[in-house]
Design a protein around this ligand. Structure first.
Ligand SMILES: *[C@@H]1O[C@H](CO)[C@@H](O)[C@H](O)[C@H]1NC(C)=O
Ligand SMILES: CC(=O)N[C@H]1CO[C@H](CO)[C@@H](O)[C@@H]1O
Length: 531
């Protein structure tokens, strides 16, 4: 009886053990816990900061003379909210020499807020956590010291998360002595050797800190060719800083850790010349203007009979918009301008999307082939055309945007008329940061930036501010669409542009508040200056 009992117990144990083993084999990852709450301050980072100070503090006693015209070009912490002074008073002088105006976003937003101090604190908290999330050790300043006997890769070493690589280029070049020794230290990975070389001693295999030494320099250098790095903390995109050292010398280099970028290619069919219907979708948003929309569609069909047109519609009483190659999406009433753009762009499946307003009219000058051509042949992600007003004035609306660091209160956003440079091979085209509301873009790039759906009524520049640093933007004056809406324009050209801008950017109080909040809180600006 007792024997059978024991046997039973034994069977049960085997059963449980087997189940546990099975469970372990099925579980998707290892069960080890890793703290990813925030990056710990690594010993290497502290060491690097200390060394940089040491290096940059030398030669204090030697005198110098400041070169004003060069030093004035350096950033000088001048994020202050100042408008241009009025220099002279002439009729229309503002139109001829547009002055810069300045808008204090912190005052504009905080003054109308019931708890300004609370909002400021909250913004600081959110910003600090954003900085922690977006920090990469690869952004750290590293200086290679003079006369170092260490040889190592400066950049270009990359490992997939949790995978292993051989570190290329490690070496030691020094005078022969009785023992040669180097060590390597990492923060989120371990070292090992893929092969052993005779007469070399290796300590700390499989750990964050490995020491290699040998009485023969050549044997040590041979061994260094087999040193591996294994990433041990999973992160889809980060970097590790390696401290590579020998007696009296430290060298630092970064190993990028991350998944590769998976491409998103569009199969538009083989073409000998651009097939616009296969490459481009036209997207628009309509509100209260079905007559205008119908004219737009009719004008498109004259030139591009089979191109797909996606329409986002947030009218209260939607009317049917039908026809071949038309997709009409009905949205909740007054969902808004950017929400509509988001919806329309999200439905595009072609390589490029062309944004048009619902009151534009295609003409013989609306050559989409030219836009496709420049996008195919350059690194641009987005290219705008020009809009011809009823008065005959053609607007391209090109702007340069820059952000100046402003410390704890927030940064300064500067918007100026102008462009960066003309594009080689395309004499009518320039590179800029913000352009007019008639543009063709790589679909997936526009989808990545997105349109902030909170901006319901009137918004345009906000998209280009979000796109800063991720979209390469151009503007061509020879692809022209006509604007069907009449604007009263008493003062000819420059005023036409002014009226156009006013028409686009005149805002109600509530819209203004949201805009101030987006700029002040979401983008963390304290000041906006513009022409
Ligand atoms: C152009 O593309 C459209 C849509 O993909 C296709 O139906 C049409 O046959 C293509 N035309 C030519 C000439 O290849
Ligand atoms: C100088 C020296 O220590 N040489 C040794 C290197 O390693 C081989 C193989 O282990 C030995 O035979 C040598 O004596």
């Amino acid at each position: 009886m007792r024997i059978t009992n024991k046997k039973c117990l034994g069977l049960i144990f085997i059963g449980v053990g087997g189940l546990l083993a099975l469970f372990h084999a099925w579980s998707p990852g290892s069960s080890s816990r890793v703290d990813i709450r925030s990056r710990q301050r690594s010993r290497i980072k502290t060491l690097l900061e200390w060394k940089i100070q040491d290096i940059t503090r030398g030669y204090r006693e030697i005198a110098y003379h400041i070169k004003e015209e060069v030093s004035s070009r350096l950033a000088q912490n001048t994020c202050i909210c100042l408008a241009d002074e009025e220099t002279f008073q002439l009729p229309f002088s503002n139109l001829l020499f547009p002055r810069v105006w300045a808008h204090k976003l912190d005052a504009a937003f905080l003054d109308s807020h019931p708890d300004p101090e609370g909002v400021k604190r909250h913004r600081t908290q959110e910003y600090n956590s954003f900085k922690r999330r977006s920090y990469s050790p690869a952004d750290m300043l590293i200086v290679a010291e003079a006369n170092s006997p260490l040889q190592y890769p400066i950049q270009g070493v990359e490992v997939r998360p949790l995978k292993t690589i051989i570190i290329p280029g490690l070496g030691l070049k020094e005078e022969t002595k009785s023992n040669h020794m180097v060590y390597l230290t990492a923060a989120i990975g371990t070292f090992d050797v893929a092969a052993m070389v005779d007469n070399v001693s290796v300590k700390g295999e499989g750990e964050k800190h490995i020491i290699l030494s040998s009485p023969h320099l050549s044997a040590l250098n041979r061994q260094l060719q087999f040193v591996t790095y294994t990433n041990t903390v999973f992160n889809p995109k980060t970097a590790d800083t390696v401290d590579f050292a020998t007696e009296g010398h430290h060298a630092f280099f970064t190993i990028k850790v991350g998944h590769g970028t998976v491409p998103k290619l569009y199969n538009s069919g083989y073409q000998t010349e651009y097939n616009i219907s296969a490459l481009v979708t036209i997207a628009t948003k309509t509100f209260l203007r079905y007559d205008k929309l119908k004219n737009l569609i009719d004008s498109i069909r004259q030139y591009y009979p089979t191109i797909t047109i996606v329409i986002a519609d947030d009218n209260e009483h939607p009317q049917p918009v039908t026809g071949p190659h038309i997709e009409h999406y009905i949205m909740p009433f007054r969902k808004g301008w950017f929400a509509g753009r988001n919806l329309a762009v999200s439905q595009v499946i072609t390589k490029y999307v062309l944004w048009v307003d619902d009151d534009f009219i295609f003409t013989a000058n609306t050559k989409l082939e030219k836009m496709v051509d420049i996008l195919e042949k350059t690194t641009l992600d987005l290219v705008a055309g020009a809009v011809r007003e009823v008065t005959g004035y053609t607007a391209t609306y090109r702007h340069i945007i820059s952000v100046e660091e402003g410390g704890e209160e927030g940064d300064c956003l500067h918007i100026r008329n102008g462009y960066h440079h003309i594009i080689e091979g395309f004499p009518n085209c320039v590179v800029a940061d913000a352009v007019i509301n008639f543009f063709m873009a790589r679909t997936e790039k526009v989808q990545q930036v997105g349109f902030n759906p909170r901006l319901a009524r009137s918004a345009h520049l906000e998209f280009f501010i979000d796109a800063l640093g991720s979209l390469h933007i151009g503007s061509c004056s020879d692809v022209i669409v006509s604007h069907a809406s009449k604007i009263k324009l008493p003062w000819g050209k420059t005023d036409a542009e002014k009226a156009y801008n006013k028409f686009r950017y005149s805002l109600s109080r509530a819209d203004n508040n949201i805009r101030n909040e987006v700029f002040y809180f979401q983008n963390r600006f304290k000041c906006l200056t513009s022409h």
